[in-house]
Structures are given as C-alpha cells and as structure tokens.
Ligand binder design. Structure first.
Ligand SMILES: [Zn+2]
Ligand SMILES: [Zn+2]
Length: 251
C-alpha cells in the first residue's frame, strides 16, 4: 500500500449480480477490513447485452443492502449502478421508475451496451472496436464518444463519470469542462488505466474534482488503488481535489 495515502470510500465495485465474482457481503467485509467509511455496490446497468444486472434484481439488491447496513453499523453501504451511456444524446437506462431504488448513479460507455437507435449506436461500438485494433477513424470516434459522455452528464444526475476514454477515445478537455459545469466527479480507475496520467495533465487547470475507484470485480480488490494514487501524484494534481483520498493514519 501507498505508505502516505489511502482512499476512505470506494464508490465503484461489482458483484455476482453483474460480472463480479463475489457477493455484496464479501465486498462489504473487505471494505470494513480496509477501513472504508463507505462502499457503493455499482454493478453494470441492465441495458447491456452480456453482463448487466437483471432489472428484476434491483429490488432484491436494495433489500440486501438495507439488511447489511443494519448488520454492519460501522460502514455506509450504498446501492448504485454503473449505467451504460447508450447514445450520443446522452441517454442512460436509469429513469424515474427505478431511480428511487438507487443511492447513486455512476455512468460510463461500454462495448456491448444495448442501443437506443439501433444502427447509429451499434455503429459506435463498431467504430470503437476498429479504432482499438487499428487506430483508424480516430477523429470520428472522438467526435461520437465525446458527445456520448458530454450529453450524458448534461441530461442525467450522474455522480461519477467512469473511466473516461477507456473504451474509445474522447476529447478529454471538452469532457472535463462539462464535468466541472455539471458537478460530475471524474474517475481515476485502477482497473482500466483511465483517466491516464496524460489526460490528468491535460485537464489539470480546469479545476475538476476527481475520485479514485477500484472498479473491483473480486472482493479482494476493493480499495486497492495504489497505482491510481501514484498516477494522480505524478500528474501533479493537487490531492485536495481527489474527494476520497486521505492521509494514511500512522504516517
Ligand atoms: Zn465500466
Ligand atoms: Zn465498473
């Protein structure tokens, strides 16, 4: 572990309800072990073709988390969702019929998410996959992906924009400007390497607030984010702008 800094809240973790490998309670027990004050369970939203939760499970997850909050008094357990940004108009799958069950909504773009406009949105996945493997269509991919993220932040009440630029290139300067306006936290994600050090340096002067997440898919990975702490330090970001970072006790 980084001897000087640690996170005290982890707002991005997955469980067996989506593509994680452990239960909600496993994540909570690891969070307690790591001394966290808060953990959010943020499985993939249901508008994903392969690994989203079943919408029908949302109530069950809510009940389970309410029960665990009563059982473990020293930690706050939140139910969230990692929503899929589905289209360039910023649509996500969370709406007024299910939002009340959730404490937080975090959102990102993912390959394999369902489409709002069939051809247009599958074309986005196609462009991003081609770009990933060949480097082609860079400008087009940036234009589309930036619209996805920017409009999602304008249209929805999103707490954290997850791993911006990871699944397809974005204009991070534009994204960060809108995140600042809309009060959305930009994520430094240990699993996906975004935001990268280079992105952090590029947007340093905009004045965003950041959050570091484990994006744990195994409970053992909850709150293990040393690489991200290192990345933020190397980018020269004032650490007071990382909302869940604190100095490690005893150092
Ligand atoms: Zn994600
Ligand atoms: Zn995730």
């Amino acid at each position: 572990m980084n001897p000087k800094y640690r996170i005290n809240r982890d707002f991005h973790t997955h469980t067996i309800y989506s593509d994680g490998h452990n239960t909600i309670e496993d994540n909570v027990l690891e969070a307690i072990k790591m001394g966290l004050k808060t953990i959010a369970i943020t499985d993939h939203g249901w508008a994903h073709n392969y690994y989203g939760i079943k919408l029908a499970d949302l109530k069950k997850m809510r009940e389970e988390i309410d029960r665990l909050n009563a059982k473990y008094e020293d930690i706050q357990i939140l139910l969230g969702i990692e929503a899929n940004i589905l289209s360039s108009d910023g649509t996500i799958e969370v709406d007024s019929t299910n939002r009340h069950l959730l404490d937080v909504v975090i959102a990102g773009y993912h390959f394999g998410s369902k489409s709002k406009f069939f051809f247009k949105d599958y074309f986005t996945h196609f462009i991003n996959l081609i770009h990933r493997f060949s480097g082609l269509f860079e400008r087009k991919a940036i234009e589309i992906n930036t619209a996805y993220l920017v409009n999602a932040m304008k249209k929805n009440n999103i707490f954290i924009l997850t791993h911006p630029g990871d699944k397809g290139p974005v204009d991070i300067y534009q994204v960060a400007k809108v995140a600042k306006q809309q009060n959305v936290l930009l994520e430094v994600n240990v699993r996906h390497n975004h935001l990268t050090k280079e992105q952090l340096i590029e947007i340093k002067d905009i004045g965003n607030k950041f959050i570091i997440s484990s994006d744990a898919h195994y409970s053992k990975d909850v709150a293990k984010v040393d690489d991200c702490i290192q990345r933020v330090i190397e980018a020269g970001i004032d650490l007071s702008r990382v909302v869940n970072l604190e100095e490690a006790i005893g150092n």
